[in-house]
Design a protein around this ligand. Structure first.
Ligand code: NAP
Ligand code: SF4
Length: 674
């Protein structure tokens, strides 16, 4: 009997049966745009082999004006259909099922051709949309129907119609974006006419035995969003129009509430989906921040939904379901919800991948094969770079010894996990521990190796990480000055007023750590209150009118940098705003354009600009140095001196802009070639 009996139970859809209750949610990976259909097919086939019941592709545009960006992929020609058949046949060979998402972006389309119910520009797009007339609306319906018919011709098992996240169909539903006075606007009946018509016409066109998922926004998280009565009304109409399944959408893209970032509590919105249970008779899927089989199973056991959708967890580990079914959930590479290699890549026009699994979307390129000439390999440093190099090399059949002077593995991951809102890092370190225990890697902790100790290995990999940069500020040797390591590793007491030198990722993390007592990520009610989220039955869109209500900061913090640009500008593309908003809610003062003059018992003395004007003191009990990092290369240099050429990876290689993504990627790629 499996521990995950709810998650692994089949789901009978009448004309077909899903083998378990897990859906891989839609993700825009950028793969379709590469036009390398073998690569696209392998991405999905690998996940089908891993046991997921049903996958949804990234959004396919139904027409030019509806594409998320100019040139967005879609099934426009017979050649497109033939290309997509490569994907569907590979998935079917692997006993999987796949539905194609049809995504019309409406006013979110990054194009001057974009269209919408009303000519109201979105706050996240530079292009004002064109208001559609009656013929224009009919064209959009026909194009969506045509896309569904073509998906069927391409042998997809179904389609998902994207009706949430503030995209085109969602834009008709709320008065915030729909000011029309014709039969497509005004009353709710009129506003929901388009999504219902689309589902009805798609069903008529594709026939009965074809999965039709409608993704429905259950909590809009924007002013003037839907009430839950409207959600229920729409869901019933969507069912009557012929949907097979209803999937959950949470929040519009323009919402100022985080919905999937790592600081969002796990399963933070499944209570919203639960409110719809019993109102329709077709199965309902829930989503957002579900990333382990335990959580997914609990969500179903609690009656929140009939099925769970996970997207990013399938980048982190394609074999999520198979490992859960084999009772080896501890070996599932965890998605830490960082967005660093997936969504941040998407929004930078890069192919998606995954911080913990660099093979994601690179299945045909980054292959790890058994070695024909096993070597003895020393890896020094058990941070993310060293861990990934050691595990990958060992997987290939090399004899690997992994050294670290610390008494625990994880390196800087152990600091990250101390930051409120970054608790997922605990799971990542646990996973590495499990994988090491399962591997043949010989782990030597509390072992400080010297160059001479490494002479007998065939290859040496140096992953010794970084050292804090010395900012050379007068008075920095005082008792009131600390490094970020003192704070995050040894939790030194720093008093009530703190100045932080340096506002990079670590400065922001230290500020979050210093202003927060109990992490709201660990307490859903506290988190909802902090961000001002409530029941959409009580307030339209689920937003508290008074706005966020954060706990008072534990201490007063001033975060400083020398650059005069906005602080936090270089943080993650999709998560930087959350860090900035979170610290603003805690009254953290952000000061740019400073010169650091000196530190004394009064605090941090600064001046401004090239002329060192306005000298003043930031009164502080303590000053914390987060001034960046430099490579720790002493061992690497020592090896070169005795004639050994080591492979240097991670922060020891390049400290600037080091993050776990680059460290893991570099470690894996090196070991795949050794
Ligand atoms: P960082 O991002 O390079 O920031 C270093 C900070 O120190 C900057 O604000 C810089 O601003 C300041 N600085 C640089 N040289 C200085 C000097 N000589 N004297 C005084 N200040 C100086 O480095 P980090 O904060 O240590 O982070 C390291 C890496 O970890 C980053 O690349 C980041 O990607 C990663 N990380 C990411 C996250 C995340 O949220 N994704 C979180 C933690 C860490 P000025 O030069 O303007 O003063
Ligand atoms: Fe999850 Fe981060 Fe990987 Fe994206 S990059 S799939 S958020 S672990």
């Amino acid at each position: 009997m499996t521990k995950y009996s709810h998650l692994l139970a089949p789901l009978d859809l009448g004309f077909t049966t899903l083998k378990n209750r897990v859906l891989m949610g839609s993700m825009h990976t950028g793969l379709e745009e590469t036009k390398d259909w073998n690569r696209v097919a392998e991405f999905y086939a690998e996940r089908a082999r891993g046991g997921v019941a049903l996958m949804v592709t990234g959004g396919m545009a139904p027409n030019r004006e509806g594409g998320v960006f100019p040139g967005a992929a879609g099934l426009f020609t017979d050649q497109d259909i033939a290309n997509h058949r490569i994907v569907t046949s590979r998935v079917h060979e692997a006993d999987g099922k796949i539905a194609m998402q049809i995504l019309h972006a409406g006013r979110y389309a990054y194009s001057p051709e974009c269209v919408a119910p009303s000519a109201i520009k979105s706050p996240i797009s530079p292009f004002p949309p064109k208001e559609l007339d009656e013929d224009g609306i009919e064209k959009q319906i026909q194009d969506i129907v045509t896309a569904a018919v073509r998906a069927k011709e391409a042998n997809y098992d179904g389609v998902e119609i994207m009706g949430s996240e503030g995209y085109f169909l969602n834009q008709f539903l709320v008065t915030h974006t729909n000011k029309r006075e014709d039969r497509w606007g005004g009353s709710y009946e009129n506003r929901m006419r388009l999504p219902v018509e689309v589902v009805k016409r798609v069903r008529e066109a594709v026939g009965t035995n074809f999965i039709l998922i409608y993704r429905l926004s259950m909590i809009d998280l924007v002013p003037g969003g839907s009430t839950f009565d409207e959600v229920i009304t729409l869901a019933k109409k969507i069912e009557a129009a012929g949907a097979t399944l209803i999937n959950t959408g949470i929040g519009w893209h323009e919402a100022r509430i985080p919905t999937i970032a790592t600081s969002v509590p796990r399963r933070a919105f499944t209570w919203v989906t639960k409110k719809l249970m019993g109102h329709v008779s077709i199965p309902i899927i829930t989503s957002n921040r579900i990333n382990t089989p335990e959580v997914g199973n609990d969500v179903l056991a609690d009656g929140c939904a009939d099925m769970v959708s996970m997207a990013r967890p399938f980048l982190a580990d394609p074999h999520f379901v198979a490992k859960a079914a084999a009772d080896r959930a501890d070996t599932i590479a965890p998605c830490i919800a960082c967005n660093q290699a997936c969504l941040d890549h998407t929004f930078s026009g890069k192919i998606s991948s995954c911080l913990v699994n660099p093979k994601a979307c690179f299945e045909t390129e980054l292959t790890v094969t058994a070695t024909v000439s096993p070597k003895s390999i020393a890896v020094v440093g058990a941070g993310p770079a060293g861990l990934s190099a050691a595990l990958t090399a060992s997987d290939r059949g090399h004899q690997v010894t992994l050294f670290d002077r610390s008494d625990e593995i994880g390196g800087q991951l152990n600091m990250a996990k101390q930051v409120p809102g970054k608790e997922e890092f605990f799971g990542l370190v646990d996973w590495y521990r499990t994988m090491l225990a399962d591997s043949k890697v010989e782990l030597k902790l509390e072992t400080e190796v010297q160059a001479d100790d490494l002479k007998d290995f065939d290859e040496v990999v140096i992953a010794t990480g970084v050292l804090p940069r010395d900012p050379q500020i007068d008075g920095q040797d005082g008792d009131n000055v600390f490094s970020y390591m003192d704070i995050l590793r040894t939790k030194k007491d720093v008093g009530k007023h703190v100045a932080i030198v340096g506002a990079g990722g670590i400065g922001f993390d230290v500020a979050e750590f210093l202003v927060t007592d109990d992490s709201p990520t660990e307490d859903l009610d506290a988190w909802l209150e902090e961000w001002g989220v409530t029941d959409p039955s009580v307030e339209r869109g689920g937003l508290v009118p008074e706005g966020p209500k954060p706990d008072a900061p534990v201490r007063s913090v001033t975060l400083l940098q020398r650059k005069s640009e906005k602080l936090g500008k270089r943080l993650g593309k999709t998560t930087g705003w959350i860090h900035r908003a979170s610290l603003a809610m805690k009254d953290v003062k952000m000061v740019g354009g400073v010169n650091y003059e000196r530190i004394d018992e009064d605090g941090l003395h600064v001046s401004y600009g090239e002329g060192r004007e306005n000298p003043s003191v930031i009164k502080a009990d303590a000053v914390v140095l987060c001034a960046g990092q430099v490579p720790e290369r002493s061992l690497a240099d020592g090896l070169v001196e005795i004639g050994i050429a080591p492979h240097v990876i991670g922060g020891a290689d390049v400290a600037a802009e080091l993050d776990a993504k680059r460290a893991i990627d570099q470690g894996t790629r090196l070991a795949a070639k050794l």
